[in-house]
Design a binder for this molecule. Structure first.
Ligand code: HSE
Length: 358
């Protein structure tokens, strides 16, 4: 199987190395890599001057998109699919906005659209979700699906680092988004829970309607106060189906007690649970960010395409309504050095910090 890669940064470079290191018997080869001219020397003959050398190359079967962002990657994915190339992407930003169109184009052109690496890094999560919905309903998905913020919270809590220092380390290790605000304010998890929910429910859960708030205001004092009350702080996404065409979807900091398995998920690890109608609770755990875990998920997608296991097409049966959730849960609220537990919150911004009791 011949592959072309768009973007040779942390993730795309990881994919290139993993494929180059595979034994020849695995039959996967990278023919072309598109990136900035500064990568030309390193890539030699395989450097592609334009995306057309990848997306329209008659010798390439699979296009691996690892660039990040929306507009340009969107155009590249559409071009590749229309040219009957299967696409593998790790790009949650563009997938969360165009998932309907990408799957529809793949189906129309008889190729695969695969986005395992867009959620949960190296965890084989989307393929397991797709397997699950073939035999039972999945009506709740929850967990930690951002490695950077889990890393930051763990570093702050267990090693006493400041948020700034912890985030700088996450950036250095290649976990964070290009603009790390997407991690800290919950946009990245919002994109990921949009993708998981849409696939699980067979209907698009609009990304722009998912209410989220982040962890930028968490301090050492808040960690200490939570600890004194028996809690650990985690940043969690949850999607719960509430009706035929509605779901309660949230991305928010949560306070968990020690007996909640999420409290033991540390550093860049992710953990996700699926509530299945006949298979009960399914749990997943693994590295949710980082070069090789994410690259592994992408190479696994290429293998699935080779083995004809990439022929699932999500079809939107109608958009979902997303319920507002703030009024219906118990919250830990912190203001001016004091905290209390309240039923429902009207406005997160009227406190110094808010976390749902999970
Ligand atoms: N910034 C993301 C994270 C990368 O930390 O989870 C993987 O999607």
């Amino acid at each position: 199987m011949n592959v072309g890669i768009l973007g040779c940064g942390t993730i795309g470079g990881g994919v290139l190395k993993l494929i180059d290191d595979l034994p020849a018997s695995r039959n996967i080869k990278v023919l072309k890599v598109f990136d900035l001219p500064s990568k030309k020397e390193m890539l030699g003959d395989r450097f592609a001057e334009s995306i057309d050398e990848v997306c329209q190359n008659p010798e390439i079967d699979v296009v691996i998109e690892a660039m990040g962002g929306d507009k340009f990657p969107y155009e590249c994915i559409v071009k590749a699919l229309k040219n009957k190339k299967s696409v593998v992407t790790s790009n949650k930003e563009t997938v969360s906005l165009h998932i309907d169109e990408f799957y529809a184009l793949a189906k129309e052109n008889g190729v695969s659209f695969m986005c395992e690496a867009s959620v949960g890094g190296g965890i084989p999560l989307i393929c397991s979700l797709i397997d699950s919905i073939k035999v039972n309903d999945v009506d709740r998905i929850y967990g930690i699906i951002n490695g950077t913020t889990n890393f930051v919270l763990t570093k702050m809590e267990k090693e006493g680092l400041s948020m700034e220092d912890a985030l700088n380390e996450a950036k250095r290790l290649g976990f964070a988004e290009f603009d790390a605000t997407a991690d800290i304010e919950g946009l990245d998890m919002t994109r990921k829970i949009c993708i998981l929910s849409s696939i699980a429910y067979g209907g698009y859960v609009p990304y722009s309607e998912i209410y989220h708030y982040g962890i930028s205001k968490v301090t050492k004092e808040i960690f200490e106060d939570l600890k004194a009350k028996g809690f650990t702080l985690k940043f969690v996404a949850e999607s719960r189906r509430t009706g035929e065409k509605s779901a309660r979807v949230s991305v928010e900091p949560v306070a968990v007690t020690k007996d909640n398995p999420l409290s033991a998920v540390n550093y860049e690890f992710n953990s996700v649970y699926l509530n299945c109608s006949s298979n009960d609770l399914l749990g997943f755990y693994g590295k949710g960010a980082g070069r090789f875990p994410t690259a592994t998920a992408m190479v696994s997608d290429v293998r699935r395409i080779m083995e004809n296991a990439g022929t699932y097409y999500y079809e939107n049966s109608g958009n979902f309504e997303v319920d507002n959730f703030l009024s219906s849960e118990k919250y830990y609220v912190y203001k001016d050095g004091k905290s209390e537990i309240v039923n429902g919150v009207k406005d997160v911004s009227s406190y110094d910090f808010v976390a749902r009791i999970f």
